[in-house]
Write a protein that binds this ligand. Structure first.
Ligand code: GLP
Length: 247
């Protein structure tokens, strides 16, 4: 079978973090005004740590960079420590010289989330589109919060989170009851419009989703499989997450 994606096998999560950060840094060096698409979750934390290190060493300048995050819980306040806005501030934005006004995360506290979704897509378009999109992957093959379903959502939309995602993400909350039942997420169409995509996956729990994403049929039952339609995807996997791949 022909695989379009570039698969980079790493020893462990540390190596994924280092190599993914250097690819992001190269993009910023080449295009200081670039638009980054950013992800939350535990997988990209190492990449963010390495980006902060490069900034502290004086080799990386974020002053002209703009960023759009993939998703946010709904409803949630931006100051809530479980919000993705808070996560991004804590893990990256507060430690680098990006202008906070140039960092976009969908508003999780609006009374009109549909309007937030529509405005988000327009803002990405007005900014000129995403140059480099960073993705993690859920155990069920979701990307951003695009859950397995009977279709690929096109634009940013409100999602009902699936039971498996609520359970998987409960580790960040005091209890499973506290996990919001909905989210605002970029669509598969929004993600595929990015010029370049990198997907990061580590740990055995991701092995099946990684195999379905790269080697399975293109189906909304595994939303990440849509990445096979994109011409420029690089996947950073560790040995555990790569263990079911045929090569
Ligand atoms: C969440 C996020 C996804 C992320 C996924 C995997 O549900 N919405 O964007 O990729 O979790 O997270 P982790 O990296 O913690 O396994």
């Amino acid at each position: 079978m022909k695989i379009n994606m570039d698969i980079i096998k790493c020893k462990d999560e540390d190596e994924i973090g280092r190599r993914a950060a250097s690819l992001v840094a190269e993009t910023i060096h080449r295009e200081p005004h670039c638009i980054l698409g950013l992800a939350t979750g535990s997988t990209p934390v190492g990449m963010y740590k390495n980006l902060v290190k490069l900034y502290e060493q004086g080799t990386l300048d974020f002053s002209k960079v703009r960023s759009f995050n993939l998703d946010e819980y709904y409803p949630i306040q931006p100051e809530d420590p479980q919000s993705y806005r808070y996560f991004m501030n804590e893990n990256l934005f507060d430690h680098i010289n990006i202008d906070p006004a140039n960092t976009y995360v969908p508003h999780g506290n609006s009374e009109n989330p549909e309007m937030v979704c529509e405005a988000y897509d327009l803002m990405i378009q007005a900014a000129g589109g995403i140059d480099l999109q960073v993705l993690g992957i859920g155990n069920n093959g979701h990307i951003a919060f695009n859950e397995p379903s009977d279709h690929f959502p096109a634009g940013t939309h409100v999602v009902d989170l699936q039971e498996s995602t609520i359970k998987a993400n409960a580790r960040f909350f005091d209890s499973e009851q506290d996990v919001p039942r909905q989210a605002i997420s970029m669509g598969i169409g929004s993600i595929l419009r990015a010029k370049r995509i990198i997907l990061l996956a580590s740990g055995e729990a991701k092995a099946e989703a990684v195999k379905a994403c790269i080697e399975g049929p293109i189906t909304p039952l595994c939303p990440a499989s849509a990445l096979q339609l994109h011409p420029d995807v690089t996947v950073f996997v560790d040995e555990a997450a790569a263990k079911l791949l045929s090569k």
